[in-house]
Design a protein around this ligand. Structure first.
Ligand code: PNW
Length: 481
């Protein structure tokens, strides 16, 4: 094994056309929450109404102020010579009411300026259409559980293709639908904080999937021929390892992966389409036992199963950490966790980060990439997020070791396992607002001084190592001290 590791690390360079990028999301960095016509989003509402639900009672009203400082961000990207920059569009900056009755010219200008400045520096834009900041007026209609949002999202996507599609060749419709859906499951975790576990989350995901498919086929039928880009969807998953090497634990880990990743991936990336069979069976069974007249998991019509199948040009994956699985009672009744029936844990010997959920388990990356390749026919795949949190120190050895060790597993997946991986994105370019953890956990390759009104950016050691990896297409050897 150590021979294989040595070979992979020192002799294998990333393929010539492999893409390296860095990622951010609008609410986490932009600030300017109510500036120049921007409407309110569910995260503005959530942080303003429930400061106590955020670890440091903070919000992202200003954040890294990238709305005003985007040129500094692009300078950082240029210094690292990344191939692309993944950022997201604040829906409510462009459509303050969520619908097309009001188009905010300033919002269009902001993203035009950002895209043009990137291209000037030879950095490709990768645009996430939706990274969690739903316009509040659409939440007043019920938010994602309301199937009408399929139409609203399609209108939003059309506006983006029309305004930016001449220059944007990489689109991500939605970031982490499973986490978006969690906003309709438990009150304190994610906006909008609707408490309807095992019901609201399934309904939200059902709309999210159909909204994604609409945006995909809209591109395919009206824009692809002229614009020639790629449309995908970012899905997130931990790797789930059996707690013990027993048949039950193997079955539990497989089931956990289906409930976590298969939930949104199976309808899009398998030949048969639809939700994973194990999900349909278990949710139907539990729903019946709980006295529901229907399964809490909604049903797709045959037309929707067809529309969802194949609705992605590439697989976009966010991956950070690994969990251990054994069968058992989890979650309240009803809930998705209870439906999955898997008790999850982490090995206390795994190195920690500043985030309780994020343990450093590089081999989980390779196992997950292999699971995806096997389950979904080895799709073209871009890792759209992978990263490490600490307290924000400039000499961030933990982050350097994290990226080096995870990237070396990516190399093994490419060369030894023949997984079709074409790109990697570090989360994140900048220290930013880490949702309900506020500013207490830092993921940036660049430090941001949030105590200063000018929000200065400073390169951390990791940004220099990442630049070196990008320049040489190789992982430098040896552990950081
Ligand atoms: C991602 N998990 O969310 C998000 O896309 C980013 O906005 C966020 O800042 C980043 O990860 C770091 O937290 C995740 O439970 C949500 O494993 C949940 C998990 C992982 C990532």
């Amino acid at each position: 094994m150590s021979v294989v590791k040595g070979v992979a690390d020192s002799f294998f360079a990333f393929p010539k056309d492999f893409l390296f990028g860095a990622s951010t999301a609008s609410y986490q960095i932009e600030g300017a929450w109510n500036v120049n016509g921007k409407g309110e989003s569910i995260w503005d509402r959530f942080t303003h109404t429930h400061p106590s639900w955020i670890k440091d009672s903070e919000n992202a009203d200003v954040a890294a102020d990238s709305y005003h400082l985007y040129k500094d961000d692009i300078q950082a990207l240029t210094d690292m010579k990344v191939d692309f920059y993944r950022f997201s569009i604040a829906w409510s900056r462009i459509l303050p009411k969520g619908d097309t009755s009001l188009i905010n010219k300033d919002g269009i200008n902001y993203y035009n300026n950002l895209i043009n400045e990137l291209l000037k520096h030879k950095i490709q834009p990768m645009v996430t259409m939706y990274h969690w900041d739903l316009p509040q007026p659409l939440q007043e209609l019920g938010g994602w559980p309301n199937p009408l949002l399929v139409d609203y999202f399609e209108d939003f996507a059309r506006l983006l293709y029309k305004n930016f599609g001449d220059r944007v060749k990489w689109w991500v419709t939605l970031n982490e639908g499973a986490e978006v859906a969690a906003g309709y499951s438990s009150p304190r975790h994610y906006a909008p904080g609707v408490e309807a576990p095992g019901v609201g989350d399934y309904l939200a995901a059902h709309t999210l999937l159909r909204a994604h498919a609409r945006a995909y086929w809209l591109y395919d039928s009206h824009f692809r021929r002229c614009q020639g880009g790629n449309v995908g969807i970012t899905l997130n998953s931990a790797w789930v390892e059996p707690l013990a090497d027993t048949e039950e634990d193997h079955t539990a880990s497989e089931r956990a992966l289906q409930f976590m990743l298969g939930w949104l991936a199976h309808p899009i990336f398998t030949e048969e389409g639809d939700y994973p069979l194990v999900m349909k069976e278990r949710v139907a069974h539990n729903s019946k036992a709980e006295g529901y007249s229907h399964s809490r998991l909604p049903t797709f019509t045959a037309d929707w199963i067809t529309a969802l199948r194949g609705s992605a040009d590439y697989f976009a994956l966010n991956h950070y950490s690994t969990l251990l699985a054994t069968p058992g009672d989890a979650g309240g009744v009803p809930s998705k966790d209870h439906d999955a029936g898997v008790v999850m844990s982490q090995d206390p010997s795994w190195p920690a980060s500043a985030s309780s959920w994020l343990k450093v388990v590089p081999w989980g990356m390779r196992k997950l990439l292999n699971w995806i390749a096997k389950e979904y026919g080895n799709p073209k795949l871009i890792i759209t997020e992978n990263g490490f949190s600490d307290q924000g120190q400039l000499d961030d050895v933990g982050r350097i070791n994290y990226h080096k060790s995870y990237l070396s597993e990516v190399l093994k997946a490419i060369y030894i396992d023949k997984c079709n991986i074409i790109g990697y994105t570090a989360w994140s370019l900048l220290d930013n607002f880490e949702w309900t953890r506020g500013y207490t956990e830092k993921f940036g390759l660049y430090h941001v001084d949030f105590s200063k009104p000018s929000r200065p950016r400073t390169a951390k050691s990791s940004s220099k190592v990442y630049a070196e990896i990008i320049r040489t297409r190789k992982i430098p050897q040896g552990d950081e001290q």
